[in-house]
Design a protein around this ligand. Sequence first.
Ligand code: DX5
Ligand code: ZN
Length: 226
Amino acid sequence: MTVPPPIVAPSILAADFAHLAREVRAVEHAADWLHVDVMDNHFVPNLTIGLPVVQSLRAATELPFDVHLMIEDPRRWAPGYADAGAYNVTFHAEACDDPVALAKDLRSAGAKAGLAIDRDTPIEPYLELLPSFDTLLIMTIKAGFGGQRFIPQLLDKVRAARRHVAAGHLELRIEVDGGIAADTIEQAAAAGADAFVAGTAVYGADDPAEAVRRLRGLAERAMTGA
Ligand code: DX5
Ligand code: ZN
């Protein structure tokens, strides 16, 4: 079986919001996707950015946007991010009563569709829905804030998802988000993740581009078992 190259997606949540375009350019030639955390102060207590910022930022970089919606009522808001040119739009399973319908809407708006599973949500009820999705984001922290400590027990969900994807020959990226850094990315990759969000580990580094390359190298080795 061929292993697709890992995706590394720096999260701008850890960037300097006063200089977003500059911060994005710092990883432009190193990153695969740019992870954009949208929080609404309802689904999670934190509040970040919304559609106008994503629209403006879209013109400032060539990087594909991996939009992570931590919001209530994603059926109302998610398609707008697809229309704004997001490559992938991920919404939370906990916030949506018909995830398959929203995935269809996102795909017909030209984006890939992502399903996110928060810390306290079991994966099993959602495995059957995966053929409708392009990405599955498994939180390795409780969604809401950057800079939290990685929870290794949550990798059991990654393992279960990887087994399901392999058995069904599904084409789906399994993404991990939260506390991903040089000391945690290998275990996430070994568990079956193939897309890695990193905020603090990238933007907290002196050289964000170099941090991305280092993370990719570690993931690659762990994914191929080399
Ligand atoms: C938190 C966000 C993450 C966050 C990760 O809910 O979904 O994307 O930016 O930050 P780190 O990598 O610092 O844990
Ligand atoms: Zn995120």
